[in-house]
Design a protein around this ligand. Sequence first.
Ligand SMILES: Cc1cc2nc3c(=O)[nH]c(=O)nc-3n(C[C@H](O)[C@H](O)[C@H](O)COP(=O)(O)OP(=O)(O)OC[C@H]3O[C@@H](n4cnc5c(N)ncnc54)[C@H](O)[C@@H]3O)c2cc1C
Ligand code: FES
Length: 346
Amino acid sequence: MFSFFKKQQATKVTVAGEAATLEVPRGKTLLEAMLSEGLAMPHDCKVGSCGTCRFKLVEGKIGELSPSALVLERDALSQGYRLACQAMPRSDLVIALDAPLSRQQAVEHYTATIVATPRLCPDIINLVVELDRPMGFIPGQYADLTAPGIAEPRSYSFAFAPEAGEATRLEFHVRHVPGGLFTDWLFGAERIGQTLDLSGPYGQFRLKDSAAPMLCLAGGSGLAPIMAILQQARSLGASRPVTLLYGARTRQHLYCLNEIEALRRAWNAPFEFVPVLSEEDAGSGWTGARGLVTEPIARLADLASTEAYLCGPPAMIDAAEAQLVRHSLLPELIAADRFLDKSTKP
Ligand SMILES: Cc1cc2nc3c(=O)[nH]c(=O)nc-3n(C[C@H](O)[C@H](O)[C@H](O)COP(=O)(O)OP(=O)(O)OC[C@H]3O[C@@H](n4cnc5c(N)ncnc54)[C@H](O)[C@@H]3O)c2cc1C
Ligand code: FES
């Protein structure tokens, strides 16, 4: 039984069937309060876009940052389902969840000092930060980073698997989005020594406990959580065949090639790496795959028992999911991490 009564001016939330109660401080969403208490409430985007954080409102009143109706079907809405990342309790609540709640690392705030920013390719750097204390996370998860003077945090996926489950030095692969507030700030001047607010860990994207072959598909800096997941699988001694499709614009934009080769050599089963270039000059001598990173999917052998791990821009993931389902992959075997930004958030 969970019981958390800490702060004043909070609303009380009871989770039906869990004997769980928690308090939601004023100004916090239901999801934020659950994650800060270490309750593993499912979530991916935190911005009312993916629908993962749905809960059933049994009793009480909420306000919504954006309407659940933008994402949830009419049927679900009429049954009382709402989005926890958009729900601001206005009274004490009773809620019900589709699956039992488990415990996880509680979301906390850390001070992160930038210690290195080596360039990985023309538009991606490895952002290395040192935290004020160790942080536990699962490969595939992400953190929210807030830079001085920029009101809203930006999300970045941990780019490696931590030894013993936690680390004080973190790495993120950050792609420069021209016109983007955070990345213009980060790429615009020397930032070593600068401190950021970092919160986390967030997200449900992670290695599943299974022996199924893995199809990993990454676009640009979407390689970061895929590398973290593959490193974790290797350290667990996985012997699952892997196909890694990696999309980049040109040969210069491919990075982590040595690390991928090291993984491939140490892997206990077949490991196929397929880099796919979308804008490589026709006369460059590149003999590898060209086009969209999703195109080779149609040429892969039977995928019926394969698990897919997809990460990168939302449009790429939507296209990959559609193609995988056409290729007989069951939707429940597809895990995806969409790198939403201001232009793709609802
Ligand atoms: C779970 C998750 C994990 C992520 N992990 C990574 C990662 O590991 N590496 C990585 O590189 N990125 C990652 N991202 C993306 C990252 O969080 C940022 O969104 C990205 O870096 C852009 O941030 P920015 O502040 O530079 O751009 P923003 O200021 O957010 O702007 C992005 C683009 O939108 C345009 N724009 C701004 N406002 C609007 C508007 N109102 N309407 C339409 N367009 C607008 C801008 O001109 C720009 O082109 C992740 C995203 C999510 C959700
Ligand atoms: S986490 Fe709430 S809709 Fe995605």
